[in-house]
Design a protein around this ligand. Sequence first.
Ligand code: ATP
Ligand code: MG
Length: 448
Amino acid sequence: MIKSLLQRILKPAKPKAGTPLPQKYSRRTHRIDPHKISQAALKTTEGLQRAGFRAFIVGGAVRDLMLGKTPKDFDVATDATPEQVRQVFRRSRIIGRRFRIVHVLFGAETIEVTTFRGSHLSEDGDAQVAESGRILRDNVFGSQEEDAARRDFTINALYYDPVSEEVWDYHQGVPDLQKRVLRIIGDPETRYREDPVRMLRAVRLSAKLGMKLDRATEAPIPRLAGLLQEVPAPRIFDEMLKLFLSGHAMESALALRKHGLHHGVLPLLDVVLEQPLGERFVNLALQNTDRRVLQDKPVSPAFLFACLLWHEVLAAWQKYQASGMRPVSALHLAIREVSETQADKLAIPRRYAVAMKEIWGLQPRFEQRAGQRPFRLLEHERYRAGYDFLLLRCESGELPMELAAWWDAFAHADTETRKRMLQPDSAPKKRRRRRKKTSTAQPLAPQA
Ligand code: ATP
Ligand code: MG
C-alpha cells in the first residue's frame, strides 16, 4: 500500500527527453591520467571485461581523477552478479548480508566490486521504504542507468572504463564538474527523505572539493535537517568522522551550522562555539587536524572527539567544583556525565571512547609538578595525546602557556635537570590526607 502510494508520489530521477544516454567523453575531455589509477582497479575491470561483463570504475574515484587528484580508494561497478565476480577472481570474498558486494584482493589493496543496483521503487526487488520516505532496504540489482540514478550527486555518478578510456555520464556530471557545482540527482527533497545522510554528504563534499552547492540542492536542507534524527547513530558517526577528517574540518563544521545540520550531529556545537574560549579551542583543534590530514600524518578520532566535547566536560567540571567537590572527583563525574549523554548519542565506538576519557582524565595530572608525579605521568601510555591536549587548552587561553612550556622542557630534559625543575611540594601533610580521601578518583587515568 505505502509502497504503491510512494511510487506515485516519488518520481525517480529521469533524464531530459531526447538526451542520448549516456553521454560518452573521451580522454580529450576528461583528461584522466591513467597513471593515477591503481593496478588493482585496472586488473579488476580488465578481468571482468575479459570474462564478458561490463565493468567500470565509479563514484568518488572518477570524480577525483577528473579533478586531477589521486583517489584513496577505487570502487568498481559491474553487471556481473556477486557469484560471477567471485568466479573471475580467485582471491575475492562476498561480504554484506543484504546487498552483497565483493572484495577483490590484490596484495594489500582491496577493490570493492558492486553489481549495478536498481531502484527501490521497482516491484520485484527486496525493498522497503518508511513513511517518511526513508529507504530502509533496497537490495535490488538493476541496469547501469538505474545504478546511476540512485547515486547521490551528478559528479558521483560517472563511470570510467580504463580499457576504452571513456567516461560515461548519465546525469550531466561532467559539465557540473567543470562548473564546480555539486548537484543532487533527481528531486532534492525526495532524495534527502530517502536518505538524510545525503545532506551531510552535500556539506562535506562541497567543503572538501571546494565546490558550490547548487541552489535547489541546498535550499531544502535547513528545513529537512531534523530528518537526521531518524538515521541510526553509527551511520552518522561514520559520516561525521569522514567530515572531520576530510582536511577541511573547520569549513565543514561552519557549513553544518549554517545549514542547521549540527543539531543532528553534534547537538551542542552551537553552545560550544558561542563561548569565546570554546570557539577558540574548537578552531585550534580543527585547524590542527586539517594540517595533519593534509600532511598525511595520522589523526586520532579519539583525540578529535575529546576536543569536540571538551567544553561540555569543562562546564560540568566547573559545575561540580562549584558545588564543593574536589577537582579530581568533579572531573570524574563530569566525564561520566558527558560520556553518558553526548558520547553515547553519537555512537562513538568503545575503543575511541575509552581513549577519549583517558585524555580528559590525564588533564589534572599536568597541574601537579612536584615529587614523583611528573615522572609517572611521562611514562603514561597516553602522555603524548594528553600533552597535545594540554597544549590546546593553553593556546586557547584556558590555562597559562607557561604550563605547556614547562612540560615540553621537562619531557626533553635529562634526569638531573628534571629534578631541578620540580616545584616544591607546598603542603605535604595536607596533600597526604587529601590523597587518601580522593583515592576513589584514581581510575580517572587508567593505566590501559
Ligand atoms: P569520498 O571521497 O569521501 O570517499 P565518495 O563520493 O567516494 O567520497 P563514498 O562513501 O566512498 O563517497 O561512496 C562512493 C559512491 O557511492 C559515491 O560517489 C556515490 O556514487 C555513492 N554513494 C555513497 N553514499 C551515497 C548515498 N548516501 N546515496 C547515494 N549514493 C551514495
Ligand atoms: Mg570513496
